[in-house]
Design a protein around this ligand. Structure first.
Ligand code: PDD
Length: 283
């Protein structure tokens, strides 16, 4: 929750959070007609900002959304971060198609998008889960076939996350046709015989920026990695499972559906990649 003291960016202006208002029939509220990004700042430095902006442009293209100039967005991210006084922050960028009058399905032309950017404290996973591993459950992946678009339409992601919390776990892993696609807000990796596996890019996952960084770190560290789907049945027998995301970073998974993974403790590959990630973000 905001305490109302922060300054956010809304449609070209920096305003106090409590004064940030949008029309109730914004297309974002009516149709989840919008896209978003979450960017991390470490010690005041924006991590992989350009990759996030590039993905935003791609998401916009997929749903025919007119973005404001990327320079404006880049400046807004920096602007809210500087005004927040936060060194470490999670910056939320949301662009909806905007307000076009009373509800009507057809995609309106020539309206201004609603642009919202806010810098928030980082919702980090519990230190104990990072150290000892977190618990995950699996849930059927009933989402649409455009998961590569970072859409604000996250209802099934929120229900999956809540199902995990209700089960005493921390993350839910989606399973489509027996294959593990990704987590509710993370990408999923499994280690089999020293080789890291993760679902390939395509319409069934969001191609995470952290996922890309992780694959690059695997190459740097000489850890073999394959963008290859794996079955949930195989995952139960994996040596290690971990998930990655902008806020989550690298989170080892200790159990899936109550079954211990590997030794039931964070494995050497996850630990090594986590350390490499730490060096990368702070470096
Ligand atoms: N979510 N898959 C899904 C479904 C996600 O929502 C996210 C990130 C990821 C990881 O992407 P990245 O490494 O670029 O953060 C994968 C953000 C953090 C969120 O919704 O808060």
């Amino acid at each position: 929750m905001s305490d109302g003291s922060e300054t956010v960016y809304l449609n070209g202006a920096y305003v106090p959070y409590e004064e940030a208002r949008i029309p109730v029939e914004d297309r974002g509220t009516l149709f989840a007609d919008g896209i978003y990004e979450v960017v991390r700042a470490y010690a005041g430095r924006l991590f992989e900002l350009e990759a996030h902006l590039e993905r935003l442009v791609q998401s916009a293209g997929e749903i025919r959304l007119n973005l404001p100039p990327v320079d404006e967005l880049r400046a807004a991210v920096r602007g809210v971060l500087d005004r927040s006084g936060l060194a470490d922050s999670s910056i939320y960028i949301q662009i909806t198609r905007g307000f076009a009058g009373p509800r009507a399905h057809a995609v309106p032309q020539g309206i201004a998008p609603t642009v919202f950017v806010a810098a928030r404290p980082v919702p980090r996973p519990d230190a104990a889960h990072v150290r000892d591993g977190a618990a995950a459950i699996t849930v059927p992946d009933r989402r649409w076939h455009m998961c590569h678009v970072k859409s604000v339409g996250l209802l099934l992601n929120t229900l999956a996350k809540q199902a995990a919390l209700d089960a005493g776990a921390q993350e839910a892993l989606f399973v489509r046709d027996g294959v593990v696609t990704e987590g509710s807000a993370t990408n999923c990796f499994a280690v089999f015989g020293g080789t890291v596996h993760t679902h390939p890019e395509g319409p069934h996952i969001l191609s995470g920026i952290t996922r890309q960084v992780l694959l690059a770190l695997c190459a740097d560290e000489g850890i073999p990695a394959r963008e290859q789907p794996f079955l949930v049945s195989a995952m139960y027998g994996a040596d290690e499972v971990f998930v990655t995301g902008t806020n989550t970073e690298v989170l080892p998974i200790r159990t899936v559906d109550g079954r211990p993974i590997g030794t039931g403790e964070p494995g050497p590959v996850a630990r090594r990649l986590r350390a490499a990630m730490e060096r990368r973000v702070r470096g």
